[in-house]
Design a protein around this ligand. Structure first.
Ligand SMILES: [Zn+2]
Length: 694
């Protein structure tokens, strides 16, 4: 499997292929990738692949040449394209809109008129289009000036599979990233005849008209919950079919920007469905890393990105897959943080620039480094010190992610509901230096996870309840918060709420949707009231501790103190690492070696303001040129609960700076250089610890 991935951008000039200048550029870029220790190059550009149909011959020959050059240098080449989206424009304004706002796609956008007669594999492309529930017309995506093909349409799927076979044969690519089998615009897609038939056949329901709100947005209606389930599964159904025509174990992934949020119900995007077809888990770390203070771009905190990553790593672990975390930057300072963020929990790093998203002329940005150059320092460090990064997370605490709550309740759908409680829980744990892991299945026994945090699992099925009881009986400890188990697995009020078994009635009401289902901002705006029970810890059973408040509520629980009280001492504990998020690993390569990674949570970020002001397109990212950690201690203190033979501390981004270590008895003090974003401590244990089992 790859460890270090970078993007191979295809730009307008490359379509001059087979021009000699293009060939020289291919070789120069392949050399740079080799020098930068990249081991997989992944295509970006030529993204809406159906739009390139008239020039597939040229494109595929170009890609095959790239593949040959990369293979000569022991680098793999993956294709990456949208299987289902097509740009379409009607007039001059729309054409300009595509070109200015969809730069990264290399928008080879045909007009509606031109594409009207396009056929492939015996059918018209126009016949594959998704239908909008509100208009009953082909579905239109204004954000991309695009239409989308329906992956529940067997005629489309057959045509796409023919394309993939042709692609692999003609390009000799080593892997495929097949994107966008999700419903980008939300619940209004798709109501084509294929989707209607599938819903009827699988669940026995018809899709009601768009003004029937006994169905649309009504989580108390089983048909609505079935509709959500069908839309999730449609992604897995499609990717399974793609997998089936690929050689065994051929790398397949698909773009997934996270699976824990409530909006995933809207677009039908979840990593477990992706994994029915894929054998690589992808996580698109959208927007700026680290975040910038700009309301027009996407700026999630580092901790939030770690929680998204934790969920996808849990899905990857279930199938023994790798997780590829893809982040966007333009220069080395942000490339470094993107890499470190991925290393924190054990993901492969895919670094990508996103120059087309800046809306600037080529001449303005020609000074920016190529993808491989910006990530070279980080990748070269990883290549040199493999033992620090080929590791397993030492999980001190497990956090359960409740799929039933996300899918089957309004509370699970809104941003302020379940999503925030799950994210806040992980954020608090990482910030307190507690190495946390997400679980998507409840543990059957206590061998791997003796303590489990269950935040706001409103919907618990009978099976989940039984498993939790068995777990507690076996000695497993549960720390639950919020409205735990008030509903059954289907989101109906439970006749016997889970905590009523332990003499407690939860006082909780779900919020109601106040504004229009189709056009209102209810998903982001709806706020959820706290439980009405007194804000305190309740010891409901020897192994069951519950606090009614969520971490976002007033009088929120001191969760990390309780976790520390319940869990056995970790081999290495953080006494002081203020401002850093922490993860503890054990090395797969060197015996008896622990690796502590610490990444600054907050940053002062510098952007190129002059270029930013000239942008014709402003979304997603800024051109970050400098990064400094903020509010971090320069004196790390760790408690060592194991016998230590040797300690080394690395600060890969602070070259020529000195790190001072003092190690007395069971305490390690690390004096860090100024502006240290990322620290890795390698702790080699003495032999008697061999009996320890982490
Ligand atoms: Zn459809």
């Amino acid at each position: 499997m790859s460890n270090r991935m970078a993007s191979w951008w295809i730009v307008w000039d490359d379509l001059k292929w087979p021009n000699d200048d293009v060939y020289d550029k291919i070789r120069r870029r392949a050399d740079l990738m080799q020098k930068s220790n990249v081991d997989v190059a992944t295509v970006f550009g030529a993204h809406f692949r159906w739009d390139f149909m008239p020039i597939w011959d040229c494109l595929h020959d170009f890609m095959r040449t790239v593949a040959d050059e990369l293979h000569e240098r022991d680098i793999k080449f993956f294709d990456h394209h949208s299987a289902v989206l097509v740009h379409r424009h009607n007039n001059r304004n729309e054409m300009r809109n595509v070109k200015v706002h969809s730069g990264p796609h290399l928008p080879f956008s045909p007009s509606y008129k031109a594409a009207e007669c396009w056929t492939f594999n015996g059918s018209k492309l126009n016949d594959w289009r998704m239908i909008d529930a509100r208009t009953n017309k082909p579905h239109y995506l204004p954000q991309y000036t695009a239409e989308q093909f329906c992956y529940n349409n067997p005629v489309f799927v057959e045509a796409y599979l023919e394309y993939v076979k042709m692609l692999i044969k003609e390009t000799r690519i080593d892997g495929l990233m097949c994107d966008d089998a999700i419903y980008f615009s939300g619940y209004n897609a798709c109501t084509c005849e294929c989707c209607r038939t599938k819903f009827k056949n699988l669940y026995g329901h018809n899709i009601p008209k768009d003004d029937d709100f006994t169905f649309w947005g009504n989580w108390k209606n089983q048909a609505w919950r079935d509709w959500i389930a069908l839309r999730y599964a449609s992604n897995g159904d499609f990717l399974e079919q793609v997998k089936n025509i690929l050689p065994v174990d051929y790398p397949l992934m698909s773009c997934c920007s996270g699976s824990s949020g409530g909006t995933r119900n809207h677009c039908g995007q979840d990593v477990l469905q992706f994994n029915r077809g894929c054998n690589l888990v992808h996580l698109e770390l959208c927007g700026n890393t680290p975040p910038v203070d700009d309301p027009e771009t996407i700026n999630k905190s580092i901790a939030k990105k770690l929680s998204l990553s934790s969920h996808h790593l849990a899905a990857a672990k279930l199938k023994n897959f790798s997780c590829v975390g893809q982040g966007y930057g333009f220069t080395e300072p942000s490339a470094n943080i993107i890499w470190a963020l991925n290393k924190m929990l054990g993901s492969t790093c895919w670094f990508s620039t996103l120059k087309g998203r800046l809306g600037l002329a080529e001449s303005e940005i020609s000074h920016l480094p190529d993808d491989a150059a910006a990530i070279a320092k980080a990748f070269s460090f990883e290549y040199k010190y493999k033992e620090l990064f080929d590791t397993q997370l030492v999980s001190q605490i497990a956090v359960y992610f409740s799929y039933n709550t996300r899918n089957n309740s309004f509370f699970g759908d809104i941003r302020n509901g379940y999503e925030q409680d799950y994210t806040d829980t992980l954020t608090e744990l990482f910030s307190a230096g507690i190495s946390a892991e997400t679980l998507l299945d409840l543990p059957k026994d206590t061998s791997e996870h003796p303590v489990l945090v269950v935040p706001s699992a409103l919907c618990l099925s009978d099976t989940e309840r039984e498993t939790l009881k068995k777990y507690m009986k076996a000695g497993g400890k549960i720390i639950a918060t919020g409205a735990c188990g008030l509903y059954d697995g289907n989101g109906e009020k439970s006749k016997f709420p889970f905590l009523s078994n332990y003499g407690t009635d939860i006082v909780f009401s779900e919020p109601e949707r106040k504004d229009d289902f189709w056009d209102g901002n209810w998903q982001t705006e709806t706020k959820c009231q706290a439980c009405g029970n007194a804000a305190q810890w309740y010891e409901l059973d020897t192994n069951l501790l519950w606090h009614p408040m969520r971490l976002q509520d007033e009088n929120s629980p001191d969760l990390c103190d309780k976790v520390k009280e319940f869990t056995a001492a970790a081999p290495v504990e953080v006494i002081n690492a203020e401002g850093y998020l922490t993860a503890l690993h054990s090395s797969n390569i060197e015996d008896e070696t622990l690796v502590v990674q610490m990444l600054s949570a907050e940053y002062d970020v510098e952007i190129d303001k002059e270029l930013d002001a000239k942008r014709k397109h402003r979304s997603r990212v800024n051109l970050i040129t400098g990064v400094k950690p903020k509010n971090v201690t320069r004196n790390i203190v760790l408690a060592l609960n194991v016998d230590v033979e040797n300690i080394k501390v690395f600060t890969p981004f602070n070259e020529n700076s000195e790190v001072k270590i003092s190690h007395e008895a069971s305490q390690l003090n690390v004096a860090l250089p100024e502006d240290c974003s990322y620290v890795v401590c390698k702790i080699s244990l003495t032999n008697p610890n061999k009996t320890l089992n982490f």
